[in-house]
Design a protein. Structure first.
Length: 317
């Protein structure tokens, strides 16, 4: 593989407070053959001014706001020239050897087209005490003390424990011909939908090193609970409908049902009792069984208790 050009695609929307630190982390990579593309999705703050200070090392592209992260990522893919591609959210940070580690692994394993690394969350108080992989017991059981592993059934592994994040993977450009870009119709779960489809067409590896720091703050898209749950249902449903691995299909269905249950709680907390009961019923019809039937009765009971004033709703999301 030699030293391929690596394209780092960053979608940005009103990212003025963080984009400078994000770009500094990419420019500080130990791997130097980089192309950095920032696609500004209609920012109304000074994001453009900050990014333009990094020219010509960073290419700045502006587009009219699309209302979601998929369109700017696809715009970046359309402009990217790299043989290896990766993404970074405009508020997150690459660890200095993140790109070099992925390129070196793919160089040693030519059949591997997709590499994931671990990540840690951080906020104004500091770093999380645990990395994300440490919260994925099945993945950690497979890794054990190894620094890396090629997954035998990557789709099943992802459907069971989503161990990935937009900024935590790199992939070979050749895979784009198999999957296209991000599905712009999805309002949430679009990143999972994208890298899950990549996993269907190549060998997949995980590197047991933290390569990304994810910033948590009040403006994270993941704070929009309803959007993320609706997007999670839509994205996993699209994948389940085309999944041939029965175990992966089962786990995707379980995730969809869990999202329906969470939506039922969301709606009941906001006084939309009819929709709450509908979501509980959808959970049962998506993933039947005794446990799910019990959850249906429990969910409807909770909704009726809130409606009658016996139970106090929770509205913190």
């Amino acid at each position: 593989m030699g030293k391929p050009l690596v394209s780092v695609i960053i979608g940005a929307l009103n990212a003025e407070p963080w984009i400078g630190e994000t770009l500094d982390s990419v420019l500080a990579q130990t791997y130097r053959d980089l192309e950095i593309i920032v696609v500004d999705d209609g920012s109304t703050d000074r994001t453009a001014d900050v990014v333009r200070r990094y020219a010509p090392r960073v290419l700045y592209v502006w587009q009219r706001s699309s209302g979601g992260p998929s369109a700017p990522r696809n715009a970046g893919l359309a402009r990217a020239k790299g043989d290896v591609l990766c993404f970074l959210d405009a508020d997150d940070i690459f660890v200095p050897n993140r790109v070099a580690t992925h390129v070196a692994f793919m160089d040693r394993h030519p059949a591997v087209g997709l590499v994931f690394c671990d990540f840690r969350n951080f906020d104004a108080r500091g770093l999380s005490p645990y990395s994300h992989f440490q919260t994925c017991p099945r993945l950690m059981s497979q890794l054990q003390a190894q620094q890396s592993s090629i997954l035998g059934r990557p789709c099943q592994a992802l459907a069971t424990e989503n161990f990935a994040l937009t900024g935590s993977f790199s992939f070979r450009r050749s895979l784009l011909a198999r999957v296209g870009g991000f599905d712009e119709s999805l309002g949430g779960g679009e990143d999972f939908h994208f890298y899950y489809r990549l996993c269907r067409h190549t060998q997949v590896a995980v590197v047991n090193q933290v390569g990304l720091l994810r910033r948590l703050h009040d403006r994270n898209l993941t704070r929009d609970a309803q959007r993320m749950l609706v997007g999670g249902i839509a994205s996993r449903s699209l994948l389940r409908d085309t999944e041939t691995d029965p175990d992966a299909r089962e786990h995707l269905g379980r995730f969809i049902a869990d999202c329906h249950e969470a939506l039922a709680r969301y709606y009941s907390d906001r006084g939309d009792y009819r929709r709450a009961i509908e979501e509980d019923w959808r959970a049962l019809t998506t993933d039947g069984g005794a446990r799910r039937l019990w959850m249906l009765f429990r969910g409807i009971g909770r909704t009726l208790a809130i409606a009658s004033g016996i139970h106090r709703p929770v509205r913190n999301s």
